[in-house]
Design a protein around this ligand. Structure first.
Ligand code: G6P
Length: 612
C-alpha cells in the first residue's frame, strides 16, 4: 500500500488576517490496513478526544457500502455499533460544535447524496453562507446545519463536471475560505485528506496506514510518520503506489521520520480523573523538562545573548508560562525579555526585527494564535525557539530551536503538568544563560524529590475540605507578586476553567489601585507567599484585605497569624512558583468534583485551539 501526496501550491496562502474570530477544534482519524478498522479508529478518536468532545462519528466500508455511525456525547464503545469488526478501511471524527448544535445529525462524517463518499472536517468554512446560498439556488438540500456539509455538496456539484473525485475535491477545496482540513472515505476504497491550517499527519505501520490530526492518536501503533504540509493532499489508494502533485503532476517525495514517543500511555493509572493523575505526575515531569544538556542549549543561549529583543509568546495557560519564562530571563539572567500575547500579534508584529528571538510556548504545538505570532516573527526574519509538549506538532517544525517538555500526553483539557514543565524549562534556560546550569538541574531534582512526599492523602483531604468551604463563593481573588505574579493568574484561571467561578489573579501591588474596592466580608482572598524579598509585601496585602473582612487563605511553606486558612506548600527555592501553583490545580480539581463538574472536560473548552 502506498501514499499519494498531492500538493497544490497555487492555492492561496493562509490569510490569517481575514480569518474570522471563531473557534473550532475537532479531531480526524483515518485508517487503512488489516481488519479491525472500526476499533482502530475508535481507539484513535479516544486519543484525539481532547480536541473536541461533544459528539463523534465513524465510517467504514464493507462489501462496497459505506456505513456511518454517529453519537452525541463522549466517545463510547464500538461494540455498540458493530459486533464483528471486519472493515479494513474507515474514517472517524470527534467534534467540538461551531456551526449547528450538538446533535447526531450534525456530527461528522457526512454522506454524499448517493452515498458514494463520506466527509469529515477539522476547521471552519468561513464563507459557508455564500456557498450554501449558491448551492441551495442550484437545488441542493441540506440535512445538517453544519458548514462541513457544504463541502460535500460542493464536491457533488463539481463531480457533474470534473473528471474524477480527486479533481472535484481539489476544486471544492479551493472554494473554501478559512482553515480547513478534510478527510473523505470513498466507496471505491480510498481515503483522501487535504490539509489547510489544521494539522494532518500520516503514520506508516506494517501493512497499515493512519491519517490523523496528531501523532499521539496512533503513537501506540507506529513511530514512522510523514508530516503533511498545508495545501497538500494525501490519498490512500487501494491499488498501491500512487504519488502525484496536483500543481505540476510530479511526485512529492517524502521521507519517513521517526518519532520519539517516550510515554504514550493514556490510561488513568488508577486515578479517578486524568486531571488528578496529571497533577500528581508533576513530581516526575518537572525533572524531565530540565534534562537538556548545556550542549543542547548552546545555540539558543547564543541567540538569546545576541538578540536585539527577546520575546516570549503563548496563549491561555501557555501565555502565563511565557510570562514566567520572560520573568526568569530578566530576573536571573539580566536578559530584557518581554512576554507578548500571541493573539495580540497584529498590534506588535511590525516591531519584529532580524536579530530578535521569540520563544513560543505551547502544550499542543498547534495553537493557531501562537502559530500566527511565529509566522509574523519569521516573516521579519526573527529567530524562533519553542518549548512544546507534543512531539511532531507544527510549532517545533517551524522553530530554529525546538525544545520539548517531555511531560507525556496531557489528556485533561485543563493544562497542569505541561504548564509546570514549561516553567521548569524556563528556569533551566535562565540559569543556564547565567552560567548556573548545574545548580538549576540540582534544584529541580531536589524539588522533584520533595514533591514525591508532598502528594499524599493528608494534602488531598486538606484541599478538598477547603474546596467544600468555597463551594458557594462566586468571587475569588488570588494575590501574587514577582515570581508568583503569573502563578496568581494561572491559579485563578484553573478555578475559572473547572469550577466555573469568577476568580481573578492580581499582582498584590495592584490591590490599593482599585482591586481592594471588591473586598467584602468573607470574600476569599488567596495570598501566595514565598520565602523571598517580597514576602513582607504579600503579608501587608493580606493584612489590608483582612482588615476589610476578607477571608485570607495563605499558600505558603510557613503558616502566619494573618492566614484564616493555610495550605502548606513545599519550600522549593527557585522552583517555588511551581510549588505554589500546584495548590490551585488541586483546588480546582476538588472544586470541580464537589460541584459535579467534569474536571477532565470542562464545559465550552477544548484543549487545542487550532483555528482563530
Ligand atoms: C486552550 C486550552 C488552554 C491552553 C491554550 C494554549 O485555550 O484550553 O489550556 O493553555 O489553549 O494551548 P497550547 O497547546 O498552545 O499550550
Amino acid at each position: 500500500m502506498q501514499l499519494v501526496i498531492v500538493s497544490d501550491i497555487t492555492r492561496r496562502k493562509l490569510d490569517y488576517i481575514n480569518v474570522t474570530l471563531i473557534l473550532k477544534m475537532c479531531g480526524i482519524f483515518g485508517y487503512k490496513g488489516k481488519k479491525g478498522a472500526l476499533n482502530t479508529i475508535l481507539t484513535g478518536l479516544k486519543r484525539l478526544e481532547y480536541r473536541g468532545y461533544d459528539s463523534w462519528g465513524v465510517s467504514s466500508l464493507k462489501k462496497g457500502k459505506i456505513s456511518v455511525a454517529k453519537k452525541v456525547g463522549a466517545i463510547g464503545d464500538i461494540k455498540v455499533l458493530e459486533r464483528e469488526d471486519n472493515a479494513v478501511i474507515g474514517i472517524g471524527h470527534t467534534r467540538w460544535a461551531t456551526h449547528g448544535g450538538v446533535t447526531k445529525v450534525n456530527a461528522h462524517p457526512h454522506y454524499a447524496s448517493d452515498k458514494s463518499f463520506v466527509l469529515a472536517q477539522n476547521g471552519i468554512v468561513e464563507n459557508y453562507q455564500n456557498l450554501k446560498r449558491r448551492l441551495a439556488a442550484r437545488g441542493y438540500k441540506f440535512i445538517s446545519e453544519t458548514d462541513t456539509e457544504i463541502i460535500v455538496r460542493l464536491i457533488e456539484d463539481e463531480l457533474k463536471r470534473s473528471k474524477g473525485l480527486q479533481k472535484a475535491i481539489i476544486w471544492a477545496f479551493k472554494k473554501l475560505q478559512g482553515r480547513n482540513t478534510i478527510i473523505l472515505l470513498t466507496k471505491a476504497g480510498r481515503i483522501f485528506a487535504v490539509r489547510n491550517g489544521s494539522p494532518l499527519v500520516v503514520g506508516v505501520g506494517k501493512d497499515e496506514i493512519f491519517i490523523a490530526s496528531d501523532t499521539l492518536s496512533f503513537a501506540d501503533k507506529t513511530d514512522d510518520v510523514i508530516f503533511v504540509d498545508n495545501l497538500e493532499m494525501v490519498v490512500l489508494d487501494d491499488e498501491g503506489v500512487n504519488i502525484f502533485r496536483v500543481s505540476d503532476g510530479k511526485r512529492r517525495k517524502y521521507k519517513l521520520q521517526k518519532l520519539d514517543h517516550r510515554d504514550v500511555s493514556i490510561d488513568k493509572a488508577g486515578f479517578p480523573h486524568y486531571m488528578l493523575k496529571e497533577i500528581v505526575e508533576q513530581k516526575h515531569t518537572v525533572r524531565e523538562a530540565v534534562q537538556y544538556s548545556i550542549e543542547e542549549l548552546k545555540g539558543l543561549m547564543k541567540s538569546i545573548k545576541s538578540a536585539k529583543n527577546v520575546y516570549t509568546v503563548g496563549s491561555g495557560t501557555a501565555s502565563f508560562a511565557a510570562g514566567q519564562i520572560a520573568y526568569f530571563l530578566r530576573k536571573y539572567a539580566s536578559i530584557p525579555a518581554v512576554e507578548l500575547k500571541a493573539y495580540e500579534v497584529d498590534s506588535y508584529k511590525q516591531l519584529f526585527q532580524k536579530n530578535d528571538l521569540i520563544i513560543a510556548v505551547s502544550q499542543s504545538g498547534e495553537t493557531a494564535d501562537t502559530i500566527e505570532a511565529i509566522d509574523a516573527a519569521k516573516a521579519r526574519e526573527a529567530k524562533v525557539a519553542s518549548i512544546v509538549n507534543m512531539v511532531g506538532s507544527s510549532i517545533p517544525r517551524m522553530s530554529d530551536y525546538p525544545f520539548f517538555t517531555r511531560s507525556g500526553p496531557e489528556i485533561c483539557v485543563v493544562s497542569t503538568k505541561a504548564f509546570t514543565s514549561q516553567v521548569a524549562w524556563g528556569l533551566l534556560l535562565a540559569f543556564s544563560v547565567a552560567g548556573k546550569h548545574k545548580f538549576v538541574k540540582r534544584s529541580i531534582e531536589e524539588f522533584s524529590k520533595k514533591l514525591e512526599k508532598y502528594f499524599n492523602e493528608d494534602l488531598f483531604k486538606n484541599i478538598r475540605k477547603l474546596a467544600k468551604e468555597l463551594l458557594r463563593k462566586e468571587h475569588i481573588f488570588v494575590l501574587g507578586r514577582e515570581q508568583n505574579y503569573y502563578m496568581s493568574l494561572e491559579g485563578a484561571l484553573k478555578l475559572k476553567e473547572t469550577a466555573y467561578k469568577h476568580a481573578e489573579g492580581f499582582a498584590s501591588g495592584e490591590l490599593k489601585h482599585g482591586v481592594i474596592a471588591l473586598i467584602e466580608k468573607r470574600t476569599p482572598v488567596f495570598v501566595i507567599v514565598s520565602e523571598d524579598d517580597v514576602k513582607d509585601d504579600l503579608l501587608s496585602a493580606a493584612a489590608e484585605v483582612k482588615a476589610r473582612g476578607a477571608w485570607v487563605i495563605g499558600i505558603s511553606s510557613k503558616n502566619n497569624e494573618l492566614f484564616d486558612n493555610f495550605i502548606p506548600t513545599v519550600d522549593a527555592g527557585i522552583a517555588d512558583p511551581i510549588a505554589k501553583v500546584i495548590t490551585f490545580q488541586l483546588l480546582a480539581y476538588y472544586l470541580a468534583v464537589e460541584l459535579g463538574n467534569t474536571p477532565d472536560k470542562p464545559r465550552n473548552l477544548a484543549k487545542s485551539v487550532t483555528v482563530k
